[in-house]
Unconditional design. Sequence first.
Length: 109
Amino acid sequence: MADPRVRQLKIKTGVVKRLAKEKISYEKEADQQKNRIEKFKDEGKDEHVIRKEEEVLQECLMIIPDSQRRLKKAFEELNEFLRAEEDLKETEEFTTAMAVIEEAKAQLA
């Protein structure tokens, strides 16, 4: 039977990977929304439309810190798990988890 720690490692690695992707996605969406608002202002769109678009931007910007917090928590959990289960170092899952940790560090900086 497979080691349950390997399964836990896969789950924790997947969570960190997904949350890092999610954060990038929200940041990209916020940038696109800023560009869209600028375009609308340049085109002289109705003030009501611009205000609604700015509300959407504010919602995007509020989600980013929450996503950052969740990523940090999952990152720390995975990091602690890796330190506690160093005997899994020879497994492919451990190597994958270390790579995901390195990628996530860039998002936490």
